[in-house]
Design a protein around this ligand. Sequence first.
Ligand code: MRU
Length: 355
Amino acid sequence: MTLEAIRYRDGSLWILNQLLLPHETQFEQIRSVQDGWDAIKSMKVRGAPAIAIVGCLSLAVELRTGPEREGAELVDFVRESVAHLTSARPTAVNMGRAAGELVEFTERESQERSGQELKESVIGWIEAMLERDVSDNKKLGNFGAQHILSGVPRGRVTLLTHCNTGALATAGYGTALGVVRSLHALGRLERVLFTETRPYCQGARLTAYELTAERIPATLIADSCAALAMRDQGVTAVVVGADRVVANGDTANKVGTYQLAIAAKHHGIPFYVAAPSTSCDLSLESGRLIEIEERPDSELTHINGQPLAAPGVEVWNPAFDVTPHQLITGGIITELGVFLPSELQAALTGRLTAL
Ligand code: MRU
């Protein structure tokens, strides 16, 4: 069974505190929008889809337990709450997209419903995000696996991935790790190599936790070992997740992704981005327009609170980088199919369907 990192039952929300993994498994209750914001900002919960789901569910919880709000007051509360939640981490687009859609939905519903009925319909919209994310991930996992296998008629494949894109980063199953899970379920995965992902170590702490729990054959490598692994370890394809894929296919993802794409190109290895449509942002034309979050110096200079770097050193710590679409040679794997970056806009607007 896949790990459950977001527990939402009978209107109460609990999240697995990812700062404590893999050594402690501790769930924390989220009782309000501010709790949701704090959990996202401090990275107790992280990963683009999980950020949006926990953010919106924190609003659902507060709507249910907070003071009664009617009509325009409820619409304003939803608008202000999602704007606040979106401010916690700017690069991942999922929260911003959900914010826009939820405000639009609430405004529309407020024309037809009032009181309890309006509140329940907004909560229902939010709750549906959980199921939709899991089913999208399963679809994209299957599309990605089939696409990779179409170039490999027999035998098993070896993938290389970065960061954590699994059940901990989503409502369940995962995006790039969803592709890994699908290949494993088909009996066609030799193993997945995954990077430690400095400085926050999502790979060493979180991906290792998920893959060992599910006994998926996997090998941890240092970030600096990736090019060597591509040359010597029989890597069939590189598959990574995304925080924001823009109209031309340029993709923001965990810092280090760009250099993986360059190394994959050098070695003639297909490079895939696995992202649900909720991680796509057609309003931006190019990756140069994506705001890149910078994280505190201490994430680079310290490990688990212990100093690593010489005190006083200058630090530059962007959390993400942008991979230009020309380097995404395998394709962009979505719940609608696998598309070349140049096909993405048409695919997402219904003008192109997958083969
Ligand atoms: O800083 P993080 O841990 O939130 O970054 C996560 C990533 O970059 C993931 O690759 C991305 O959000 C996709 S998760 C399905």
